[in-house]
Design a protein around this ligand. Structure first.
Ligand code: ATP
Ligand code: MG
Length: 291
């Protein structure tokens, strides 16, 4: 397959060795290839052109964040990668195979949690684990309990979603997807409903999980600091009909504590750069803004 790069997309950042590789190597190394994808939702009498032209190459083990104005199609793009929504044009391949529907290798945490109200915390997570028929019932329960522990919900196994706060529900949704150990983890604003402290804890936990499992992660977020802290690349989308417009390499130092990393010059530079790109897109999205 040939890569057709979006001529208007920009790449920002230093030491981007992946981009220096010939295109055929870039494709060979990509686990996920989203190429020239578009999507228009057609309703009665009106249609919404959500995504105009999205292209994204993600290598095995990469952590990429998607950021962009509200309503620009970030969730739609994740749903397409997960296989729940079909693009109108373009292609999506995962491990060299065209994505034609949902699959256990691509796990998603939905923006709205999507828990089953009639199942307990444990029941919700065990439901997700049905996607892993190779596991015995005992292993599934053990795996589910570990996942519950990992998100700090031990003791709440028998609670129903209605008995949990928004942040706790979100943590159950995260645990349900993590427990299945998907190759590709798709996270749609996973920490949006969490208080600041829990959010920081969960971010650091995600980094640990990512380092330990080598999973490939794509995360949608509105939080520039979160995107820069967690990911290796930040892709900035334009307003509707959106394009994957900027691709920023996050070459920050990774050693040290959260506070040490966040106070490095490079971190602050990149944070400012991404914030400016996002603001620019949001400005252009306003009526009268030049696209
Ligand atoms: N099933 C649908 N039918 C009709 N329109 C839809 C549908 N899903 C999404 N849209 C529209 O497509 C556009 C993109 O929606 P999407 O939810 O992907 O945006 P988003 O970038 O995730 O927004 P946010 O940051 O607010 O979560 C919006 O204008 C939305 O109204
Ligand atoms: Mg969304």
């Amino acid at each position: 397959m040939e890569i057709v790069r979006n001529p208007e997309s920009t790449t920002v950042g230093r030491d981007d060795s992946s981009r220096a590789a010939p295109d055929h190597l870039a494709v060979a190394a990509s686990k996920l290839v989203v190429q020239g994808v578009s999507k228009t939702f057609r309703g009665e009498g009106q249609s919404v052109s959500a995504i105009g032209d999205a292209s994204l190459h993600v290598k095995a083990g990469e952590f990429v964040s998607l950021i962009g104005p509200s309503g620009c199609g970030k969730s739609t793009l994740l749903y397409m990668i997960a296989g729940f929504v079909k693009p109108d044009a373009g292609s999506i391949t995962f491990d060299g195979k065209a994505v034609q529907g949902p699959g256990v290798e691509r796990g998603i945490v939905f923006q709205e949690y999507a828990l089953f109200p009639w199942r307990t915390v444990l029941g919700n997570i065990l439901y997700g684990l049905q996607l892993r028929p190779e596991m015995s019932a005992t292993t599934r329960t053990e795996t589910a309990r570990k996942a519950i522990d990992a998100v700090g919900l031990a003791g709440f196994e028998q609670h129903y979603p209605r008995q949990l706060s928004g942040g706790m529900k979100q943590r159950v949704a995260i645990a349900r997807t993590l427990a299945c150990r998907p190759d590709l983890l798709l996270l749609d604003e996973p920490y949006g409903a969490l208080d600041a402290l829990t959010r920081e804890d969960m971010q650091d936990q995600l980094l640990e999980i990512w380092r330990a499992t080598g999973q490939t992660i794509i995360m949608v977020t509105h939080d520039v600091t979160e995107a820069v802290y967690l990911s290796r690349r930040v892709v900035v989308m334009s307003a509707r009909p959106s394009r994957t417009k900027h691709d920023v390499l996050i070459d920050i130092p990774r050693e040290g504590t959260r506070d040490e990393i966040m106070s490095t010059r490079r971190f602050i530079e990149l944070q400012t750069q991404v914030r400016q790109l996002v603001h620019e897109e949001a400005r252009m999205a306003k009526p009268g803004g030049v696209r």
